[in-house]
Design a protein around this ligand. Sequence first.
Ligand code: ADP
Ligand code: MG
Length: 343
Amino acid sequence: MQTRTYTFILLLLLLSGCNHQIHQQQFYIFGTLVGISIWGVSEQKASEAINTIAKDFQSMHHNWHAWQKSPLTDLNQAIAAGQVWTEPSLLPLLKKSKHLYNQSDGLFNPAIGQLIKLWGFHSDDLSSEFIPPSPEKIAELVALAPSMEDIHSEGNQIYSTNRGVQLDFGAFAKGYAVDLAIEKLRQLGVQNAIINAGGNLKAIGKKGDKPWLIGIRHPNGTDILAAVAVSGEESVISSGNYERFREYEGVRYSHIIDPRNGKPAQGFSSVTVIARSGALADAASTALTVAGLQDWHRIARQMGIKYVMLVDEKGIVYVNPAMAKRVQFPADKKPQIIVSKPL
Ligand code: ADP
Ligand code: MG
């Protein structure tokens, strides 16, 4: 009798062990590696969930692509031709990004697609030959003053009152995609997970009885700069010039463009924002990169951001006090850290 009880308990332990493993998978999409970790469900449930998310990411990638034919490039063509376009699938994206545009004083500006293209970033291969555009051409596009305020919708119809607008959602698509993917995981019964789309990450729940531990990449592109523990629902999103950039005569040009002067942003080589919403954290990480040392604090406040870490081109780390309490640096590689006023 006792032996049977032991066997039963052992079997239960084994089964619960199986049920509570971590399930991980990676796939390449959005021009980046997407990693999913799920904890606390059966292997079958995890793999079904991962397949569903992979399919969703595929279709978002297709729908929002800024330079290969997509519903977005169709809309951009219509805008350039001064036409009205019907594309209901893009409406939530437009609405959200218009709000974030206003919150960031227009530093996050997905309407500057022409400038992004001019700087050679509408390409998967950034190692191809590159010559910076002429100051005249840049000035011409800046003078068109493309803004999210130019975009209007009535029902499902979308139009722009400025033909210079070309939409590019590169600065917030991945953050928004992880929001949607986490929502889908929840619907599928997954309570503990991380989705990481190339440094744009969102987590829910925990890894067993411990929080998820997230590594934030060093702007040198290889090392880990810091770690942060995350539990509950939070996004940890980084923007940087270490992955996508152009080079000419030894000068590096970031893929983040300052809409005010049409030039690649300078000053910060990486900016990490933690917020519940991935879309907000992604838009903010881009906006704060543009804002630079002078304005990042004001813009972060305006966007309601509570945790920021910025690394300048010399490797100096700036953090707000709440973020300083959360990030852990490796003992042997502690950078110079400057703690700002509270946000
Ligand atoms: P990452 O892709 O490394 O996560 P970002 O979130 O900052 O970095 O996105 C950068 C992309 O956003 C650029 O490749 C470009 O497509 C677009 N972009 C560049 N500058 C801006 C800007 N000021 N506002 C909105 N989108 C931008
Ligand atoms: Mg961003």
